[in-house]
Design a protein around this ligand. Structure first.
Ligand code: NAP
Length: 372
């Protein structure tokens, strides 16, 4: 059995990955070894894998890492930077599967999303490539939603606005949003209890706005309130382009995953919103043909089994086309599909998907399966 090391398994992405692997009984076919950057030496038993306590190994121990056939890391870019290059330098020749972004730009690394680029992955495997990286969450979710259009070479360009959940930034950020909810709720309890709740709604709003900017308000990670707010900036600035790194990834990663010979332009704004889990995206898409809505539905729907089209009506949209509905599900929901007044080849589409599943852990799990 292949020796597979797991690093970053207790974070957002890692824990979703482990749960999926347990559900699919993937641990039956590997010899799993668990590492930690902070808790090594401790024993854990909560995975109940083969009913035994598991000792956590030191994620910085190069000797232990060197013994592995496959490394799966959901730890983050800092860890990858510290370990990956040195491990390769000292001759480790195993498979590296990573959720972090920093290896995605390497020429000899493949961005994995097998329902979209299985053929490309297999070609690279045959060529001896050993580094496989999950894509950016919004990019993977977009490709799962729009794969049918890309596959048929129909896309001229895409403009996108994202609505990204707090958990997309990691466990500490998600916890901070919950603390922000708690802080506001605690501080307005008396105002809500008053009989005059309906009359004093604007004074409650004023009080909330005041509390959001009080010195005790929890904002160590987001730096500003996310509750009752949106933050139209994710990740660092890209020099001179006006884009953020998150926005830059849209075009770069999509074209790398699709292995395009001519770049498909993709750009837009990435926005953090006060949801806990699952990302939403609003697309304007220019096709190179004037296709009917029925045709667009057909092409999108027939691409993969996880796509579900939500009818463009009020009830279905508000009940299903939302991040809260899709949480914890592998389905990718798309809706609000309509032609736009702007141009006969342009249409709108809104998608929701769980970024911790198809946007992060599921492509890694499936890559691991492909290797074993
Ligand atoms: P995370 O939740 O912050 O977890 C990363 C690591 O932080 C954990 O494995 C754990 O490592 C440590 N940690 C410290 N305090 C923790 C706490 N209170 N709870 C849980 N873990 C804690 O990060 P993540 O969101 O899973 O992201 C991991 C990588 O995947 C990143 O590179 C990220 O960019 C990428 N990614 C994330 C998403 C997403 O939606 N979150 C989507 C796509 C890609 P130790 O056990 O070693 O201490």
């Amino acid at each position: 059995m292949k020796k597979v090391g797991f690093i970053g398994w207790r974070g957002m992405v890692g824990s979703v990955l482990i749960n999926r692997m347990l559900k699919k009984k993937d641990f039956n076919n590997i010899n799993a070894i668990f590492f930690s950057t902070s808790q090594y030496g401790e024993y854990i038993n909560h995975f109940n894998i083969k009913n035994k306590n598991i000792k956590l190994e030191n994620a910085y121990d190069f000797e232990k890492l060197f013994e592995l056939d496959i490394i799966v890391t959901c730890q983050g870019s800092e860890y990858t930077n510290k370990i990956y290059f040195k491990l390769r330098q000292i001759g480790w020749n195993g498979y590296w599967i990573d959720a972090a972004s920093n290896l995605r730009t390497l020429e000899d690394a493949v961005i994995i999303l097998d329902p979209v680029n299985l053929e490309h992955i297999q070609q690279k495997l045959n060529m001896g490539v050993k580094t496989f990286v999950g894509g950016n969450c919004t990019v993977s979710l977009m490709l799962m939603a729009l794969g049918g259009l890309f596959k048929n070479n129909l896309v001229d360009w895409i403009s996108v606005s994202t609505y990204q959940a707090a958990s997309g930034a990691g466990a500490k950020f998600m916890k901070e949003l919950i603390l922000q909810m708690q802080y506001i709720s605690k501080n307005i309890t008396n105002l809500i209890k008053k009989n005059s709740f309906n009359d004093n709604i604007l004074s409650i709003e004023q009080e909330i706005s005041k509390q959001m900017y009080s010195s005790k308000f929890p904002k160590n990670y987001f730096h500003v309130p996310l509750i009752n707010n949106v933050i139209p900036w994710i990740d660092k600035k890209i020099n001179n382009s006006g884009q953020t790194k998150e926005e830059w990834k849209g075009q770069f990663e999509t074209n790398k995953i699709l292995n395009t010979t001519k770049i498909i332009p993709i750009d837009g704004l990435c926005v953090r919103v006060a949801t806990l889990r699952s990302h939403s995206q609003s697309f304007t898409i220019k096709l190179n043909k004037n296709l009917s809505i029925d045709n667009i539905h057909y092409l999108i729907n027939s691409h993969n089994k996880w796509i579900k089209i939500i009818s463009n009506n009020f009830d279905d949209t508000i009940n299903y086309l939302t991040p809260s509905f899709i949480n914890g599900k592998l389905d990718i929901l798309v809706g609000r599909i309509k032609k736009l007044n702007i141009d006969k080849n342009c249409f709108s589409i809104f998608s929701v998907g769980d970024q911790l599943l198809w946007g992060a852990s599921e492509p890694l799990r499936r890559m691991l399966k492909l290797l074993i």
